[in-house]
Design a protein. Structure first.
Length: 71
């Protein structure tokens, strides 16, 4: 049965041209859980380079109190 269903490969949204900035917490909320933890690459679909960038932006937003720290 598995041979009939092919999963589509996730495309990194940042490679496709979307921008992420620490000043915009609405976009960053897609990359964190409701507890405030950063989602892994396999869930977000980001490439390794951009996952590191996303993590850095989330940490910046936490330091200026735009996003919560982990509970």
């Amino acid at each position: 049965m598995a041979e009939f269903f092919r999963k589509k490969k996730k495309v990194c949204q940042l490679c496709a041209g979307k921008s992420v900035d620490y000043k915009n917490p609405e976009i960053l909320r897609k990359y964190i859980t409701e507890n405030g933890k950063i989602l892994p690459r396999r869930v977000t679909g980001a490439c390794a380079k951009h996952q590191r960038y996303i993590a850095g932006e989330i940490k910046k937003a936490r330091m200026i109190a735009l996003l919560p720290f982990c509970k």
